[in-house]
Write a protein that binds this ligand. Sequence first.
Ligand code: ACO
Length: 416
Amino acid sequence: MTANNGRAASRHVVTNEGAAAEGKRKGTARLRPQYAHYAHITGWGMAVPERVLANAELSRLVDTSDEWIVTRTGIKQRRIAEGKETSTTLAVEAAQRALEMADVLPEDVDMIVVATCTPEYAFPPTACLVQEAIGAERAAAFDVSAACTGFIAALGIASEAVRCGSVGAALVIGTETLSKVTNWQDRGTCILFGDGAGAVVVQGSDVPGGVMSYLLRSDGSGGNLLSLPSIGAVRAPGVTGRLDHTIDMNGREVFRFATRAMASITREAVAVAGLTMEDISLIIPHQANRRIIEAAARGLELPDEKFYMNVERYGNTSAASIPLALCEAVAEGRVRPNDRLVFVGFGGGLTWGAIAVHWDVTTPPEVSRWRHLGRQTRIGFSRVRSLGRRVLRRVEGVFFGSQAAEVEPPHRGGKK
Ligand code: ACO
């Protein structure tokens, strides 16, 4: 079971004119202009595990206190995946909510990009597991790895594909289960991280607005400051030299880098979009630490209120943190039609990036119960077709002597 606050904010984004938009709502036309010059966010959704891990409970695991964690980070609690919850299952739930809000059917999704540093598998990509679970039969699907900057990278890639017209609708997901790679004996890191997923739908249109600028930067010389050794590691690149699959971090150095990078890349993204800082209504930053966000605000000479923060509820959810924050900012009425926003992230790599968005929303048309049921039925049919393809592959293997009979699917995603 997961909680969802994003859906409560029932809004809809206008992405195309008259008949096309009306046709899209009725499911009679695909919103796929050949040369869509603009990429609009038209749906969003989130999913977090129900299990809450509060600071008080953490202070029984390591030598820390609620007071220390709140003062140094702003974090009060985080969500922790349990049982069969994985980055995939959270991604599937967030994706389904985003698609429903955008009123886009799974078969109309052309591309799925998942940002995660906690995939279940190196391959198949998490995006392919999502693709099957939601029944997006026509979609290209791949993962991007850019640590906490992952969602910015994924949204940028998808927006560019939409803008050039080769993709009509893209699903962009940030999903993490960092609790699985946290060293629960290390008080310097285990207090920071949490689990969750957020997703957005991006659609093409010739109506001006949507994603206005997209910037990414990297500095591999700082790779050792924040690392998570993976299955191919021959030696840990991290500061402590440990070789285990848990997060290794030089907190002070990352802190210094983050405050500088966030301020400079935000300024750049705003300038490239042809805007000034005064035009920006809200900045939705990666939620790593309240003090980092406040320092970035000082660097930009902006009041803290210009930055959305929900780090106290979820901690640092890496690639999921910006879409989670976006969902909650919309639900709380902090994002309004015609607002100019900036999404800004930083993380391991080192990587950092920002996206300026013109949030052009109007009141949504209510998605009818029948359309909702229709969507569920189509997902059901698509799962049956997927199962049919597996069976067919086995039968072919028997008759045509395939060397390796297909083994059980690695994962089915979706609701438990
Ligand atoms: N509880 C109590 N004391 C602690 C804890 C804890 N959980 N953790 C560290 N301390 C102690 C240290 O041991 C140190 O004690 P000492 O002075 O006796 O040696 C003291 O507190 C101060 O330690 P600092 O590391 O200087 O504490 P700081 O104020 O820098 O806060 C923190 C540490 C919160 C980790 C901070 O540096 C930070 O947030 N850095 C950025 C981390 C970050 O954002 N990482 C994610 C990047 S995104 C990604 O890609 C995953």
